[in-house]
Design a protein around this ligand. Structure first.
Ligand code: ACO
Length: 211
């Protein structure tokens, strides 16, 4: 059965390329709440038809049109919420992994996560559900990445960093080994994080300070 995508935006396009590079078939359809959604399109790839709003997921599952899905939404909290509701319906949430990603054999990747080109996941790393490890990001050994976190392109977690749920580590940001970053925190792009970050806190700069 075909894969259903949720979200017809830029992250969805990145994942279409990932599927092609991995030699996997494109999704059979996409759900998106935008009323005028044209479907998911990327030059040179077959268009993915829009099948309606996200609320149609249960009906499509019960009709046996789809049995697996991927949430291609950039907003962490929404991606987690939609991923959990799809899992409750019964959808399988496969990990989408680009062939150029390097994932240690001892790492564990949660269902619904996406590992983009040249991401590196080190020894004994644990990644929760519906995470995005974006292009060229690095999670060093023993790091723990909570559900629906996003390591943006080029960001780096030193060894043993612990991220709560729904943390955004911005483009090219770095986190010193062993630190803890609380649920929902935002690490601004280009930051150097040298101390723990509280839940919900937004930090930026070198060294990173509350914004
Ligand atoms: C494939 C992809 O594209 S994945 C994309 C992933 N997304 C990212 O990596 C982006 C992460 N987001 C950021 O870094 C943002 O700048 C945020 C979330 C930290 C702040 O965004 P906003 O709330 O819109 O803040 P805004 O731009 O209004 O700036 C507010 C202040 O913080 C400062 N600031 C913003 N971002 C940073 C940063 N990364 N580092 C240091 N200072 C910053 C601004 O200079 C400004 O300071 P001022 O008030 O003295 O002028």
């Amino acid at each position: 059965m075909a894969l259903l995508f949720i979200g017809a935006g830029g992250h969805g396009r990145a994942l279409l390329e990932l599927l092609r590079d991995a030699g996997l078939p494109p999704p059979g359809g996409v759900l998106d709440d935008a009323a005028d959604c044209p479907g998911l399109a990327c030059p040179g790839l077959p268009p993915v038809p829009w099948l309606g709003p996200v609320a149609r997921a249960a009906e499509l599952f019960s009709r046996k049109d789809f049995d697996s899905a991927h949430v291609a939404l950039g907003r962490n909290a929404l991606r987690r919420q939609v991923g959990e509701s799809l899992a409750a319906i019964g959808y399988a949430l496969p990990v989408l992994r680009h062939p150029s990603a390097v994932i240690a054999g001892s790492a564990r990747i949660g269902p619904g996560s996406a590992i983009l080109p040249r991401a590196v996941v080190g020894a004994a790393v644990e990644v929760g559900t519906c995470a995005i490890l974006n292009t060229g990001s690095i999670a060093e050994h023993d790091s723990v990445i909570g559900p629906a976190c996003h390591l943006a392109p080029g960001s780096v977690l030193g060894g043993g960093v612990r991220l709560g749920a729904e943390v955004l580590v911005g483009i090219l940001a770095g986190v010193k080994p062993g630190l803890r970053i609380g649920d929902g925190a935002v690490i601004g792009m280009g930051s150097a994080v040298l101390a723990d970050v509280a839940p919900g806190q937004e930090v930026g700069g070198v060294p990173a300070r509350p914004l």
